[in-house]
Design a protein around this ligand. Sequence first.
Ligand code: ZN
Length: 652
Amino acid sequence: MSTYIKVLLYFFSIGILGVSCNVLPDAKKVSPTEQLADSTFDNHSYANIHEVYTKHVHLDLDVNFENKTIYGVARHEIVNRGTDTAIFDIKHLEIQKVTLGRGNEKETSYMIGKWDKDSILGQPLLISIKPGTKYINIYYETTEKTEAIDWLAPNLTEGKDLPFMYTQGQAILTRTWIPIQDSPTNRLTYSADVHVPEEMMAIMSASNPTKKAVDGKYHFEMKQPIPCYLIALASGNIEYRSLGNNCGVYAEPKVLGKAANELVDLPRMMRAAEGLYGPYKWDQYDVLVLPYSFPFGGMENPRLTFLSPTVIAGDRSLVSVVAHELAHSWSGNLVTNASWEDFWLNEGFTVYFENRIMEELFGKDVADILALIEFAELQDELKTIAKSKYPQDAQLKLELRGRNPDDGMTDIAYVKGAFFLKTLEEKVGREKFDVFLSSYFTNHAFKTITTSQFEDYLNGHLFDLHDLTFNTKEWIYGKGLPSNCLKIYSPRLENMKQLAKRFSRGEKIFAKKVIWKKIKGRKRRKKEILQLKRTDHITQEWQTFIRSLPSTVNAEQLAEIDQYLNFSNWGNAEVQYEWFIRTIQANYETVKPSIARFLTRIGRRKYVLPIYEELAKTTENKQWASELFQSIKAEYHPITRMSIEEVLSANN
Ligand SMILES: [Zn+2]
């Protein structure tokens, strides 16, 4: 029995919540069961997309910053394979009415089903349709519980004069701001007419304006079919700057110059990516730098990557995040995971591809350092998962029925996925592997794919072709890391490990050294004074240094490091969050104000959550963290806020 049938039985047997005047005439008529036996069916959507699906949605949206509400109409152009009920996903939405037709709209009956047990999926919206129905119009408004939208008061922006809002659809939050069939299995095109206050700009994952409209009205078109988690909207005091032919950056005016400078390599990145796996298929590629509450490093909304301002470090040291989001234009956006259990097909490919772009731009040396940093994180993640309630989360192919798909967003999908592909590359040779990957992207462009379809393609187009065998099943369905996993060695990172060891043994690594340097053509040597500086090494080398400090390193020693390298106030969040964790472990109390500032300013979950987790380990620190969190929690994105609440409310 598929989940879908279970769901239907569930709310038909228990009774239906919803609007009393709108009841479907005959519940028994709902959907012929034989059409539902489809292996690609999605455990995280109620939609009956195998019977009826949206091919285009037009959105009429009025964005009201005062009420923090979007008043909308979602106009679905559908393909109906003969059912009399169309099922959509909704969560925390107010449905006002549903009509059928275009131009001459007629109201139709609908009902809203029960919530799922853990309130992860939301509710099914069942709409009565006719065999000839082509258009379904759902009139709705968002509510204060809508999780996809972050409404920011002016004080949370750089400019401090106007509010800001943006949406985040992945994984299953699009249903909280648009009534939709919220499964990546279906692809659709979209258009939108959006009205925002006059002084604001609105931009979407679609064709975008480069100047503010005088009346606050904007029209958008996304002509390439996308999974609906990639529909995105942002509005605020935003300006645009071009960075080249078909790429540029959007940001608040105060940040725009710095952002453009940080992202100056974008055109080169695009050329490198196209050189590897074929032409960019989305016409334009822009980046929107968001305010600090954005919970992720980046989100690959097509044509318009959403980027955390933490990436704008001032020294271009964290731009691999941009390479990652750009790579998604192929893996994820062009070829999409069919369900969230196949998430590694999006992320593993993207991390692999990101690393190849970084290698093209900055050389193998740097690409290896980046890969090794991630590999160390994967090893920690594997240990954590092995001890957890769900050891099967260490598999590439996930089992997430009844769980939040966000549970699958771990280093397994990202880094184990990438190392699977790296190991494959090593086995078959780069040339053959690149031919395979190019054909994979070409043959699956604008399609979705399951893990088992990928396995078939791999066998047919790589292994059979070159008469090879490989432990694919162990990689995809095994819980550990197979023994043939590619090994990377980086002399530069080894050097940092040694440096940490020497320091912990008491060696004065910051002492000034005098050397006499030979100058060409001169008899006398030149005196030079050397002292270890932060600029001697890149971000990832310092991360390795911090990670390699043994647990015996005490607060006094950490203070000595801070005296010379000032990690506590660097402004590079990637190093700072790991540094702060070490300072908490060593009771290096003087850093607390810096930690508080960091947690108040930054909203990226990857950085703040581990700090809260570390603080929650002792009663005193937990108390301090809880008080701080209470005073600033309104400033976090709901995704970040919920994760922290979970940590602080757990008994330990
Ligand atoms: Zn990604």
